[in-house]
Design a protein around this ligand. Structure first.
Ligand code: ADP
Ligand code: ADP
Length: 237
């Protein structure tokens, strides 16, 4: 479960990213966060896994405050949260397998991962993850030789190998064509229903949100202007 209590984020240049947000996400939900560019969708996701500090309020992950956590406690909370980005964020010149193994970094000492030594069980997990998104035949291909849709599936495999319980996806299909968009969204939906991973997905288009999510959160100017089941969402954004 994820809880946001009175969360505000003001950027150093005084721009308000989020303004007094209260939200709760339950385990296994598939939530689409919608809103125009600048509404605060990315700020919301970056706040949840603390890619940046919030200015006010508190965020709890499974009852633990990620806002106050430090050091090892913070690393342990973060291990449960996987992130997927619009631009895939893979290490371009590394193999697909190595990119997926990056999901295991939080489970080992820094030295071990710097040297690229992962136990056999991690390699198995990585292949299992690649199979789940149907791309294991590319394990030894360089990431930058894949299409955009394939790269996004590798990024999904990376968070699966991480054994994340929550996936935060920031406009995961914004740079993909319609067919690839469908494949990636289908993968996210399948992972959500098969593994019970909580899915919070920022989307530009309400149509996609309607098709895949069970709940829609609408943001405007850093505030929640809609929060409800898909059936109640109108065309207004
Ligand atoms: P969205 O993801 O919905 O497009 P963002 O969360 O990126 O919205 O942005 C919310 C608001 O915060 C916007 O006004 C944006 O300009 C501002 N913002 C986002 N990132 C930064 C930043 N690093 N520094 C200053 N302002 C930012
Ligand atoms: P590199 O670019 O270093 O060759 P690879 O993608 O080939 O990276 O391998 C990533 C990691 O997985 C390395 O630690 C490698 O030793 C290990 N590895 C690769 N293939 C296998 C395999 N079939 N069985 C066990 N470990 C493997």
């Amino acid at each position: 479960m994820i809880e946001l209590h009175n969360v505000s984020k003001v950027y150093p240049n005084n721009t308000k990213g989020l303004n007094n947000i209260n939200l709760r996400f339950d385990k296994g939900e598939f939530v689409a966060v919608v809103g125009l560019s600048g509404a605060g969708k990315s700020t919301l996701l970056r706040s949840i896994n603390r890619l940046h500090d919030i200015s006010e309020g508190e965020i709890l992950i499974e009852g633990k405050s990620i806002t106050a956590a430090k050091g090892k406690a913070l690393r342990l909370i973060r291990r449960d949260i996987g992130m997927i980005f619009q631009s895939f964020n893979l290490v371009k010149r590394s193999s697909v397998l190595r990119n997926v193994l990056a999901g295991r970094v939080g489970y080992h000492s820094t030295l071990r991962t710097l040297l690229g030594r992962f136990p056999k069980s991690d390699i198995e997990l990585a292949f299992e993850a690649l199979e789940r998104v149907n791309i294991s035949e590319k394990a030894y291909t360089r990431a930058d030789q894949l299409s955009g849709g394939q790269q996004q599936r590798v990024a999904i495999a990376r968070v699966l190998a991480q054994e994340a319980k929550i996936i935060l996806a920031d406009e995961p299909v914004a740079s993909l064509d319609p067919l690839t968009t469908k494949q990636v969204m289908d993968d996210l939906k399948r992972i959500n229903s098969e593994l019970g991973i909580t899915m919070i997905v920022n989307l530009h288009f309400i149509d996609l949100a309607r098709e895949y999510a069970t709940r829609i959160v609408g943001l405007r100017a850093g505030e929640v202007v809609f929060d409800g089941p898909v059936s109640e969402a109108t065309d207004e954004r």
